[in-house]
Design a protein around this ligand. Structure first.
Ligand code: HEC
Length: 158
């Protein structure tokens, strides 16, 4: 009997062999999740419009009310046009929550239309007639978005 003891002991250890670390099932290597975009909106769309878009719009409206003169006269137009054109790219990315594919497309398209008109306005510095034309197209597009996404409120005058 005693001579079987080592074998018996070995057999008894068999179930535990499975538990040694090397035989652990290999955990699948986790796919690296892409780091979240650190540039999250600082505040909501209402405040974006109120504190970024509105002051630039007011500045443009005042500066274009009469023929601007010289560098000093055109400077606020360059400023407003550049801010409104460049920030359109940010607006485009901030599609309202819950927007379906069609609304998303519309939001981005109108943002692009504001961008294009703002860019053209920036480029028309020195030419009052052209500047007024592009400014007018830009405001039409601001209003188009407000008609579609803000229940027709905030209709801006030129
Ligand atoms: C792609 C859509 C979109 C575009 C383009 C857009 N807006 Fe807006 N805007 C909104 C929305 C949505 C609101 C309403 C936000 C709210 O109250 O929740 C708003 C509100 C406003 C308000 C009201 C803010 C207040 O304090 O009452 C102003 C002013 C404004 N926008 C200016 C502009 C100007 C100027 C442009 C063009 C240069 C522009 N917006 C282009 C979507 C847009």
């Amino acid at each position: 009997m005693m001579k079987f003891l080592p074998i018996c002991l070995f057999v008894l250890t068999l179930p535990f062999l499975n538990r040694v670390p090397i035989s652990h099932p290999v955990t699948p290597i986790q796919e690296e999740t892409p780091a979240a975009d650190p540039f999250q909106p600082v505040d909501n769309m209402h405040h974006f419009m109120e504190y970024i878009s509105e002051p630039s719009y007011k500045g443009l409206k005042a500066a274009l009310a009469t023929q601007p003169k010289g560098r000093k006269g055109w400077s606020p137009i360059k400023s407003g046009a550049l801010i409104l054109a460049e920030t359109s790219a940010l607006v485009a990315e901030r599609v309202p929550e819950g927007a379906d594919a069609e609304k998303t497309k519309q939001w981005k398209q109108i943002s692009l239309d504001v961008y294009n008109a703002g860019k053209a306005l920036y480029g028309s510095v020195g030419d009052y007639e052209q500047a007024k034309k592009h400014y007018s197209v830009m405001i039409d597009n601001c209003n188009r978005c407000h008609q579609t996404f803000a229940d027709g409120k905030y209709q801006l005058t030129k």
